[in-house]
Design a protein around this ligand. Structure first.
Ligand SMILES: Cc1ncc(COP(=O)(O)O)c(C=O)c1O
Length: 385
């Protein structure tokens, strides 16, 4: 498998039946399926219907290896440091329940963070560990200052998103990672809005723990996620989750044993949602073939194109606060316009977007077309005058 530079995006646009039905611009929420993936899953299911788990159409070790290899290349880790789980929330619970903190310690989270990176930390409160929130900022530099100001000698863990889900602002992860590493503070990343949208390099960013879902920038299935735990951290985490697939040589059920798998895949726990794996392999292989870098650049191009169109009709954009950082999440507002009514109006006209913190949020992906974005700007114009 090797990456090629794609110049004609029509080939990708044509793979997505959703383009015949509506303009889906909520790709940082969920993403639709393409026809190649439908075919892959169908082939697998046909094989499964004839030969059950013995089918050769897709085999567990190969699918697992392919997914982990592509993700490992994307985030610059070892294959062994990755586990397929179900969502960010599950990964955050695995990590949070694994830490050994003591009363008086503090965990820092992000203001207005998505609940999947908040609720898993709340159990610590009843153990005397406090939760603090780092204030949001308009720019990545300002946020770095906020983070540095929020850290105290009590701070033991910072768990942060890669990109803010309500504003689209990427955080300066390398600077944050280096700072936290120097302070001896554990850095956990919610990669939901980051992996596949912005470059994530766990080594450069000194990341020890990352969890993210498949169904956003990676175009994968709902209910499948990925957990990264750096090799040297694995045995330091307590592991209250032992399951059939957590132990070494897990295809042999008896006698029971205590020895855990040596890699992060000990968090696979038990029988996997293999149809989703087949789906994910298909979307990852497509992105790998396009090249993750090219895909990201295309998303930025579409986001900038939409942003320009919105500005021309008087919208104020979050992304204008951080012009040196690329994003694929376009968040805007216009004075005097009721944003909830605007979002309903767009939906009624076949445009899927979201309302976040009182603003309208669009997130294009590689299969969107520029004429779709022109149409959105036209609708925004006709609603807002
Ligand atoms: C920052 C962030 N984290 C996590 C998620 C998804 O959480 P989960 O993978 O637990 O469904 C989202 C989805 O919108 C998100 O924006």
């Amino acid at each position: 498998m090797s990456s090629t530079t794609i110049t004609d995006w029509k080939e990708i646009q044509d793979l997505y039946p959703i383009n015949e039905e509506m303009i889906w611009l909520n790709n940082c929420g969920t993403t639709p399926c393409n026809v190649n993936t439908i075919r892959s899953v169908q082939e697998y299911l046909e094989g499964y219907s004839r030969r059950g788990g013995l089918t050769d159409v897709r085999r567990y070790p190969t699918v697992k290896h392919t997914i982990r290899k592509i993700i490992a290349g994307l985030v610059n880790c070892d294959v062994e440091e990755l586990s397929l789980i179900h969502h960010t929330n599950e990964g955050m619970n695995f990590i949070s329940m694994g830490f050994q903190l003591k009363s008086g310690d503090e965990i820092l989270l992000l203001e207005n963070e998505y609940p999947s990176n908040v609720y898993p930390w709340e159990h610590w409160k009843e153990k005397g560990v406090s939760l603090g929130f780092i204030p949001m900022a308009n720019t990545p530099d300002e946020f770095l200052e906020n983070l540095k100001r929020s850290v105290t000698s009590k701070t033991k863990v910072v768990s942060l998103s890669a990109v803010h889900w309500c504003t689209g602002m990427p955080f300066p992860l390398e600077e944050i990672g280096n700072f936290l590493d120097e302070q001896g503070i554990e850095f956990v990343l919610d990669g939901a809005q980051g992996v596949g949208l912005v470059p994530i390099d766990v080594r450069k960013m000194k990341l020890k723990y990352v969890a993210f879902p498949a169904w956003k920038w990676l175009l994968g299935p709902l209910g499948l996620g990925v957990l990264y735990i750096r090799e040297d951290r694995l045995d330091r985490l307590s592991f209250p989750f032992k399951g059939t697939s957590s132990v070494s040589n897990d295809e042999v059920y008896l006698p029971y044993r205590g020895e855990l798998k040596t890699g992060t895949d000990r968090y696979e726990i038990s029988t996997v949602n293999f149809i989703d794996w087949v789906y994910f392999q298909s979307s990852l292989e497509m992105l790998f073939k396009i090249g993750f870098h090219s895909a990201m650049e295309r998303v930025y191009e579409l986001a900038d194109y939409l942003g320009e169109g919105m500005k021309n009709i008087g919208f104020q954009l979050e992304m204008d606060h951080f012009p040196d950082y690329k994003t694929g999440i376009v968040v805007g507002t216009k004075e005097g316009i009721p944003m909830d009514e605007l979002v309903s109006y767009l939906k009624k006209h076949g445009v899927m977007c979201a309302l976040r913190l009182g603003k309208v949020r669009f997130s294009p992906h590689i299969y969107n077309r520029k004429d779709q974005l022109d149409r959105v700007v036209q609708l925004l114009g006709s609603f807002s005058g």
